[in-house]
Design a protein around this ligand. Structure first.
Ligand SMILES: Nc1nc2c(ncn2[C@@H]2O[C@H](COP(=O)(O)OP(=O)(O)OP(=O)(O)O)[C@@H](O)[C@H]2O)c(=O)[nH]1
Length: 499
């Protein structure tokens, strides 16, 4: 069976329109009047065409919704003023659904960027960031923290490179700094992990790293690969820091117990990689409350998180250098960097609204655009800094094997100086199961077992409802990612009977 684009949620028109609008050359009417300004922003047009209501080129940040957080804004819904659903309140509410601009006047925005309004043409460089299919550095404006930089990992990110156009003053973005504030052992269904909590100087979110490296518990055995440890955590934070303080924040070695309390020392690991040890598996994962906490089957985020920890925790077989010797098996080794970028960076509130637009028939990309967001608003600078703090994919030359289908992530990490030696696909469990059925039309369970899946309920019962997400909503979501966001997954024929 062939998959037609037109079968996607949102219909042919949304996708065809977006393709047309984001094509390299924009069609111009033969006898049209020449525009005085530059070409129209495809994002704006796509949002306008998809949503219907008026959106103007200078106000594309307008929202369907009034400013919820600002009760003084015209049309804002302030629930504290809710007095019941009587006729009067209904009348009061009626004219309230209006668009409210969240954008300051352009002149003021340019001034804040240090750019004189007359120097910058409309739709000049700033327009680049509005490309809906671009994965942009979207982190909020930097607020440098007064932190002891001696203990944090500071690396010049590409954002700090001065503008080649020296005549224009571009505000300098301070080098990104991350600091691991605490680390602890967490037992999971896949084995123990070390949860690392990071602070940074770009946003006020607590990003996390889930380090799988149980070899650190095995004391008297020579390690084949260096332990995965945070440089900023193992640093000495102050001269007056006590051993108990160090241990309490997680700067210890081995297994912490009533009888074993060994504080770590600042980074001094000398053990090198043994030959043939594969590069560690790494996943950069973005927060998804719905998929990970309440087991939503609109997406596969919860399953992906579970599957990533499972895959990384698998023991590694190292072939021996001599045929006479048996292969060596070592514990799994790798990291999940967990970024607090809910809803691909648009936040939970907007994601919930986007779900309602999806129920109206729009796909996940169009729903974001209709709400005035980009298709993807995430950034990976913080992930890069965390990886550098853990010395992953940088200094030892081993590189990382990245668990993803998203080409943007590979590119973004490489931009951050992380060496990605291999992309390892994340095939949804339900697709693996169905693929197994299609492949041979035989006993699907046997095939799934031979693919290493075994019983999906055995592994990772970390989501409410079980170990595999499936269903119509999920299929639509995954197909949109493949067809509209360039995710590298082989599409399966649609077959509701096999779900
Ligand atoms: N805006 C929006 N975000 C969503 C939706 N469904 C899931 N997300 C968010 O998408 C993010 C996960 O992104 P994915 O595209 O699944 O994964 P990815 O990280 O880009 O790619 P992979 O590495 O291949 O999994 C999380 O932040 C989720 O909260 C949706 O319908 N709309």
């Amino acid at each position: 069976m062939t998959i037609h684009h037109g079968e996607l949620e949102g219909g042919v028109s949304d996708e065809a329109l977006l393709d047309l609008l984001t094509a390299p050359t924009f069609p111009v009417a033969k006898h049209g009047t020449k525009r005085r300004d530059s070409e129209l922003d495809p994002l704006l047009l796509a949002a306008a065409a998809a949503s219907g209501p008026h959106v103007t080129r200078n106000h594309y940040a307008h929202d369907f919704f009034p400013a919820v957080g600002d009760p003084r804004a015209e049309g804002a819904w302030d629930w504290t003023k809710w007095r019941g659903d009587d006729a009067l309140s209904r009348q009061e509410r009626k004219p309230r659904l209006k668009y409210v601009s969240r954008q300051k006047p352009r002149r003021q925005r340019l001034r804040e960027l240090g750019i004189e309004a007359n120097e910058e043409k409309e739709n000049g460089p700033a327009r680049e960031a509005t490309d809906p299919l671009r994965c942009a550095g979207n982190l909020p404006p930097s607020v440098p923290k007064a932190s002891s930089s001696s203990t944090s990992t500071a690396v010049s990110s590409p954002a700090t490179v001065p503008s080649p156009d020296a005549s224009r003053s571009v505000p300098a973005t301070p080098a990104i700094e991350v600091k691991c504030m605490a680390r602890t052992r967490v037992p999971t269904p896949h084995g123990p992990v070390f949860l690392h909590l990071y602070h940074n100087n770009r946003d006020n979110k607590e990003h996390l790293a889930i380090v799988v490296d149980p070899a650190q518990f095995l004391e008297d055995i020579p390690h084949r690969a260096p332990p995965i440890r945070s440089r900023s955590l193992d640093a000495v934070w102050s001269e007056s820091e006590t051993e108990v303080e160090r241990i309490t924040r997680g700067a210890y070695v081995g297994r912490l117990s009533q009888t074993s309390q060994v504080p770590s020392t600042p980074w001094e690991h000398t053990n090198q990689m043994t030959d043939n040890v594969p590069s560690p598996l790494v996943r950069i994962h973005s927060e998804c409350f719905t998929g990970e906490t309440i087991g939503s089957m609109r997406c596969d985020c919860g399953e992906q998180l579970d599957e990533a920890i499972r895959l990384i925790s698998q023991p590694i077989t190292i072939p021996s250098s001599s045929p006479a010797l048996p292969p060596v098996v070592i514990p799994g080794r790798g990291v999940v960097v967990y970024l607090r970028q809910e809803g691909r960076g648009i936040g939970l509130l907007s994601k919930i609204r986007a779900y309602n637009l999806q129920d109206l028939g729009h796909d996940t990309v169009t729903a974001n655009l209709m709400l005035g967001h980009k298709a993807d608003e995430r950034g990976y600078e913080i992930a890069g800094a965390i990886m550098r703090d853990l010395r992953m994919g940088t200094e030892r030359g081993e590189g990382v094997r990245l668990l993803t289908n998203n080409p943007d992530k590979v590119h973004a990490l490489e931009q951050e100086g992380i060496r990605v030696v291999e992309r390892v696909p994340m095939v949804p469990r339900s697709w693996q199961r169905r693929q197994a059925k299609y492949a041979a039309q035989r006993n699907a369970i046997d095939i799934a077992v031979s693919l290493g899946m075994e019983d999906p309920h055995v592994h990772g019962l970390t989501m409410i409802g079980g170990g595999e997400v499936y269903g119509e909503d999920l299929d639509k979501y995954l197909r949109t990612k493949v067809l509209r966001m360039g995710h590298m997954l082989p599409l399966l024929p649609q077959d509701p009977d096999t779900i």
